[in-house]
Design a protein around this ligand. Sequence first.
Ligand code: ATP
Ligand code: MG
Length: 225
Amino acid sequence: MVILVTTRVNDSVKVSGLAIMGGTFDPVHNGHLRTAVEILDRYHYSNLKLIPCFQPVHKDRPSVLPQHRLDMARLAISGDARLSVDSREIDREGPSYSIDTLRDLREEIGPDESLIMVLGMDSFLSLPTWHKWQQIIKYAHLLVVSRPGWEPDLISELSGFCENYRAASSHELQCAPSGRVWFETLTPLGISSSMIRALARKNESIAYLLPEPVQKYIEQHQLYR
Ligand code: ATP
Ligand code: MG
Protein backbone atom coordinates (compact mmCIF):
# COMPACT_ATOMS: atom_id res chain seq x y z
CA MET A 1 0.00 0.00 0.00
CA VAL A 2 1.31 3.46 -0.83
CA ILE A 3 0.75 6.11 1.78
CA LEU A 4 0.78 9.71 0.65
CA VAL A 5 2.61 11.77 3.22
CA THR A 6 1.08 15.17 3.76
CA THR A 7 1.48 17.80 6.43
CA ARG A 8 -0.90 20.62 7.15
CA VAL A 9 0.86 23.99 7.14
CA ASN A 10 -1.13 27.17 7.67
CA ASP A 11 -4.33 25.41 6.65
CA SER A 12 -3.00 24.37 3.27
CA VAL A 13 -2.09 20.81 2.39
CA LYS A 14 1.55 20.31 1.45
CA VAL A 15 2.44 17.17 -0.44
CA SER A 16 5.87 15.74 0.00
CA GLY A 17 7.73 15.58 -3.29
CA LEU A 18 10.25 17.62 -5.18
CA ALA A 19 9.54 19.38 -8.45
CA ILE A 20 12.31 20.69 -10.68
CA MET A 21 12.44 22.71 -13.85
CA GLY A 22 15.62 22.78 -15.91
CA GLY A 23 16.44 25.26 -18.63
CA THR A 24 18.88 27.77 -19.96
CA PHE A 25 16.98 30.69 -18.37
CA ASP A 26 18.69 33.09 -20.76
CA PRO A 27 16.91 35.04 -19.27
CA VAL A 28 14.29 33.63 -16.88
CA HIS A 29 10.83 35.03 -17.77
CA ASN A 30 7.19 34.99 -16.71
CA GLY A 31 6.45 31.92 -18.86
CA HIS A 32 8.85 29.92 -16.64
CA LEU A 33 7.68 31.51 -13.42
CA ARG A 34 3.95 31.25 -14.09
CA THR A 35 4.44 27.58 -15.01
CA ALA A 36 6.26 27.01 -11.73
CA VAL A 37 3.63 28.62 -9.50
CA GLU A 38 0.68 27.03 -11.31
CA ILE A 39 2.25 23.60 -10.82
CA LEU A 40 2.96 24.33 -7.15
CA ASP A 41 -0.63 25.46 -6.60
CA ARG A 42 -2.17 22.49 -8.41
CA TYR A 43 0.04 19.83 -6.88
CA HIS A 44 0.75 21.33 -3.46
CA TYR A 45 4.43 20.47 -3.63
CA SER A 46 6.34 22.38 -1.02
CA ASN A 47 9.28 23.26 -3.27
CA LEU A 48 10.14 23.72 -6.93
CA LYS A 49 13.76 24.15 -7.93
CA LEU A 50 14.79 26.03 -11.05
CA ILE A 51 18.02 24.48 -12.31
CA PRO A 52 19.86 26.60 -14.86
CA CYS A 53 22.12 24.53 -17.08
CA PHE A 54 25.80 25.28 -17.61
CA GLN A 55 26.03 24.22 -21.22
CA PRO A 56 22.83 23.28 -23.05
CA VAL A 57 23.23 20.08 -25.00
CA HIS A 58 20.75 20.80 -27.80
CA LYS A 59 21.12 24.45 -28.55
CA ASP A 60 23.67 27.19 -29.05
CA ARG A 61 25.79 28.49 -26.22
CA PRO A 62 23.83 30.82 -23.94
CA SER A 63 24.16 34.53 -24.74
CA VAL A 64 25.35 35.53 -21.27
CA LEU A 65 27.59 34.05 -18.58
CA PRO A 66 26.23 31.32 -16.29
CA GLN A 67 26.65 33.64 -13.30
CA HIS A 68 24.32 36.22 -14.87
CA ARG A 69 21.69 33.55 -15.63
CA LEU A 70 21.98 32.30 -12.06
CA ASP A 71 21.73 35.80 -10.56
CA MET A 72 18.66 36.61 -12.67
CA ALA A 73 16.93 33.37 -11.65
CA ARG A 74 17.64 34.17 -8.00
CA LEU A 75 16.24 37.69 -8.37
CA ALA A 76 13.14 36.32 -10.11
CA ILE A 77 12.12 33.91 -7.36
CA SER A 78 12.66 36.15 -4.37
CA GLY A 79 8.90 36.78 -4.02
CA ASP A 80 7.82 33.15 -3.51
CA ALA A 81 9.33 31.04 -0.72
CA ARG A 82 8.28 27.82 -2.48
CA LEU A 83 10.68 28.51 -5.34
CA SER A 84 14.42 28.02 -5.15
CA VAL A 85 17.36 28.05 -7.52
CA ASP A 86 19.77 25.15 -7.62
CA SER A 87 23.22 25.85 -9.05
CA ARG A 88 24.43 22.24 -9.33
CA GLU A 89 24.59 22.15 -13.15
CA ILE A 90 26.51 25.40 -13.27
CA ASP A 91 28.84 24.23 -10.48
CA ARG A 92 29.37 20.93 -12.30
CA GLU A 93 30.29 22.68 -15.58
CA GLY A 94 30.55 20.71 -18.85
CA PRO A 95 27.49 19.60 -20.83
CA SER A 96 24.41 19.62 -18.62
CA TYR A 97 22.77 16.23 -18.92
CA SER A 98 19.44 15.97 -17.10
CA ILE A 99 20.09 12.33 -16.31
CA ASP A 100 23.13 13.29 -14.17
CA THR A 101 21.11 15.90 -12.28
CA LEU A 102 18.21 13.54 -11.66
CA ARG A 103 20.53 10.78 -10.48
CA ASP A 104 22.11 13.24 -8.02
CA LEU A 105 18.75 14.46 -6.73
CA ARG A 106 17.46 10.91 -6.35
CA GLU A 107 20.45 10.08 -4.19
CA GLU A 108 19.75 13.11 -2.03
CA ILE A 109 16.04 12.57 -1.47
CA GLY A 110 16.13 8.78 -1.22
CA PRO A 111 14.28 6.12 -3.21
CA ASP A 112 10.71 6.78 -2.04
CA GLU A 113 10.07 10.48 -2.48
CA SER A 114 8.27 11.70 -5.58
CA LEU A 115 10.56 13.59 -7.97
CA ILE A 116 8.89 15.51 -10.78
CA MET A 117 10.64 17.02 -13.76
CA VAL A 118 8.47 19.79 -15.21
CA LEU A 119 9.08 20.54 -18.88
CA GLY A 120 7.32 22.39 -21.67
CA MET A 121 5.84 20.58 -24.68
CA ASP A 122 8.71 21.81 -26.91
CA SER A 123 11.29 20.19 -24.62
CA PHE A 124 9.28 17.00 -24.29
CA LEU A 125 9.09 16.61 -28.08
CA SER A 126 12.88 16.67 -28.20
CA LEU A 127 13.24 14.04 -25.46
CA PRO A 128 14.38 11.20 -27.77
CA THR A 129 17.49 13.25 -28.58
CA TRP A 130 18.48 13.59 -24.90
CA HIS A 131 21.40 11.67 -23.39
CA LYS A 132 20.12 8.31 -22.03
CA TRP A 133 16.56 9.56 -22.42
CA GLN A 134 14.87 6.26 -21.69
CA GLN A 135 16.49 6.11 -18.25
CA ILE A 136 15.13 9.48 -17.14
CA ILE A 137 11.77 7.99 -16.16
CA LYS A 138 13.54 5.64 -13.71
CA TYR A 139 14.55 8.62 -11.63
CA ALA A 140 11.60 11.01 -11.99
CA HIS A 141 8.09 11.60 -13.31
CA LEU A 142 7.71 13.84 -16.34
CA LEU A 143 5.12 16.57 -15.99
CA VAL A 144 4.70 18.04 -19.45
CA VAL A 145 3.11 21.49 -19.61
CA SER A 146 1.41 23.11 -22.58
CA ARG A 147 3.29 25.80 -24.45
CA PRO A 148 1.69 28.08 -27.06
CA GLY A 149 2.78 27.04 -30.55
CA TRP A 150 3.57 23.43 -29.63
CA GLU A 151 1.14 20.57 -30.17
CA PRO A 152 1.58 17.05 -28.78
CA ASP A 153 2.62 15.72 -32.16
CA LEU A 154 4.28 12.55 -30.93
CA ILE A 155 6.73 10.79 -33.16
CA SER A 156 6.59 7.02 -32.87
CA GLU A 157 9.33 6.71 -30.25
CA LEU A 158 7.53 9.14 -27.99
CA SER A 159 4.07 7.72 -28.52
CA GLY A 160 5.38 4.29 -27.49
CA PHE A 161 6.98 5.90 -24.46
CA CYS A 162 3.68 7.57 -23.54
CA GLU A 163 1.76 4.32 -23.98
CA ASN A 164 4.11 2.67 -21.50
CA TYR A 165 4.32 5.39 -18.90
CA ARG A 166 1.28 7.66 -19.16
CA ALA A 167 -0.43 8.00 -15.77
CA ALA A 168 -4.15 7.28 -15.42
CA SER A 169 -4.51 10.33 -13.18
CA SER A 170 -2.25 13.10 -11.92
CA HIS A 171 -2.57 11.56 -8.46
CA GLU A 172 -0.21 8.78 -9.56
CA LEU A 173 2.61 11.29 -9.64
CA GLN A 174 2.20 11.82 -5.95
CA CYS A 175 1.87 8.16 -5.03
CA ALA A 176 5.01 6.80 -6.68
CA PRO A 177 8.58 8.13 -6.69
CA SER A 178 9.01 8.07 -10.49
CA GLY A 179 7.91 6.35 -13.69
CA ARG A 180 4.87 8.30 -14.93
CA VAL A 181 4.19 10.91 -17.61
CA TRP A 182 1.37 13.43 -17.22
CA PHE A 183 0.24 16.38 -19.34
CA GLU A 184 -1.09 19.63 -17.88
CA THR A 185 -2.69 22.55 -19.67
CA LEU A 186 -1.66 25.82 -18.06
CA THR A 187 -2.43 29.48 -18.71
CA PRO A 188 -0.95 30.03 -22.18
CA LEU A 189 1.86 32.59 -22.15
CA GLY A 190 3.59 33.06 -25.48
CA ILE A 191 6.84 34.29 -23.94
CA SER A 192 10.29 32.92 -24.70
CA SER A 193 13.84 33.90 -23.80
CA SER A 194 14.69 34.18 -27.50
CA MET A 195 11.90 36.71 -27.94
CA ILE A 196 13.24 38.76 -25.02
CA ARG A 197 16.80 38.63 -26.40
CA ALA A 198 15.54 39.76 -29.81
CA LEU A 199 13.61 42.69 -28.32
CA ALA A 200 16.60 43.77 -26.23
CA ARG A 201 18.86 43.62 -29.29
CA LYS A 202 16.48 45.95 -31.13
CA ASN A 203 16.39 48.20 -28.08
CA GLU A 204 12.66 47.58 -27.65
CA SER A 205 10.96 47.21 -24.28
CA ILE A 206 11.05 43.86 -22.47
CA ALA A 207 8.82 45.15 -19.65
CA TYR A 208 6.08 42.84 -18.29
CA LEU A 209 7.57 39.76 -19.94
CA LEU A 210 9.78 39.10 -16.94
CA PRO A 211 10.01 40.32 -13.33
CA GLU A 212 11.04 43.94 -12.91
CA PRO A 213 14.22 43.17 -10.90
CA VAL A 214 15.39 40.95 -13.77
CA GLN A 215 14.63 43.68 -16.29
CA LYS A 216 16.67 46.13 -14.17
CA TYR A 217 19.54 43.61 -13.91
CA ILE A 218 19.61 43.25 -17.71
CA GLU A 219 19.71 47.03 -18.14
CA GLN A 220 22.32 47.52 -15.44
CA HIS A 221 24.68 44.90 -16.90
CA GLN A 222 23.83 45.81 -20.50
CA LEU A 223 23.00 42.23 -21.40
CA TYR A 224 21.56 41.04 -24.71
CA ARG A 225 22.57 44.20 -26.59
P1 ATP B 1 14.81 29.93 -25.63
O1 ATP B 1 13.86 30.76 -26.41
O2 ATP B 1 16.18 30.49 -25.48
O3 ATP B 1 14.83 28.48 -26.05
P2 ATP B 1 12.88 29.36 -23.56
O4 ATP B 1 11.93 30.49 -23.37
O5 ATP B 1 12.41 28.19 -24.35
O6 ATP B 1 14.26 29.92 -24.10
P3 ATP B 1 14.21 27.62 -21.73
O7 ATP B 1 15.15 28.05 -20.67
O8 ATP B 1 14.73 26.98 -22.97
O9 ATP B 1 13.32 28.91 -22.13
O10 ATP B 1 13.07 26.68 -21.13
C1 ATP B 1 13.15 26.00 -19.90
C2 ATP B 1 11.87 25.16 -19.72
O11 ATP B 1 10.74 26.02 -19.59
C3 ATP B 1 11.57 24.26 -20.92
O12 ATP B 1 11.05 23.03 -20.43
C4 ATP B 1 10.51 25.02 -21.69
O13 ATP B 1 9.67 24.17 -22.44
C5 ATP B 1 9.74 25.69 -20.56
N1 ATP B 1 9.12 26.96 -20.97
C6 ATP B 1 9.76 28.07 -21.40
N2 ATP B 1 8.89 29.04 -21.69
C7 ATP B 1 7.65 28.55 -21.46
C8 ATP B 1 6.33 29.08 -21.61
N3 ATP B 1 6.12 30.33 -22.06
N4 ATP B 1 5.28 28.28 -21.30
C9 ATP B 1 5.50 27.01 -20.85
N5 ATP B 1 6.73 26.45 -20.69
C10 ATP B 1 7.79 27.20 -20.99
MG1 MG C 1 13.72 26.79 -25.19
